[in-house]
Design a protein around this ligand. Sequence first.
Ligand code: 13P
Length: 251
Amino acid sequence: MKKLIIGNWKMNPKSETEALAIVEKIKKALIPIVGIDLILCPPAVYLDRLYEEVRLTSIKLGAQNAHERNSGAFTGEISIPMIKKWVRYVILGHSERREIYKEDDKTINKKVINALIHNVSPILCVGETIKEMRMGDNEVIIKQLREDLKLVSPKDMEKMIFAYEPIWAIGKERGADPQYANQQIGLMRQAIASFYNRDLAIRARILYGGSVNASTVKDYLDQPEVNGVLVGGSSVVAAEFIQICKIAMGK
Ligand code: 13P
């Protein structure tokens, strides 16, 4: 299985010009992209322009969120049909959405189902708080998975991508210990096997996310359970992200 590298730009950069410059640098440094799959998730307002930039490359685009309904009176929201001409992926259940915008598993589950209906692959994020980590409470990530995947068929599971993003490891100097990330992702895989079957669990792509940078990416990718990385802050610094991708490509 090819390693999957995803850049979650969050609410960055501040202008379309800067966004274009990042993508141009990535294209120049990395194409032809061999040995990895690469997905960029910029703010939705840049998708139209960036789509033109990556259309003829193997770089794919994802959104960072989308509403569970297709249209309606939901001020400020964006729906899957509005963005689906540009994206094949959508990040759902990110801890910043859960914590800051109080999205619960019931809503995240609706978002997952609606994305799948439109053939857009959810990149479903789960992760525990520092308190839960200290208590050794692993049930929390299993519960998130169970609730977020309610009514997702085995066939639709083929389209899903997962990310283990421990909340306490996001936006820090250092991420989670790679062995710890490996162990948690192993638990997620076991949970998927118990909800579905072993074969689906083995094929599920589960990434690690949380303060990944060029000096730590290899330690995560070397872990047997880790199928790739979801990069936040370091994905909007072109040189750093290029380096991360090169390391993942074995260059
Ligand atoms: P950082 O890489 O900035 O810690 O962010 C991780 C993340 O939230 C990716 O979705």
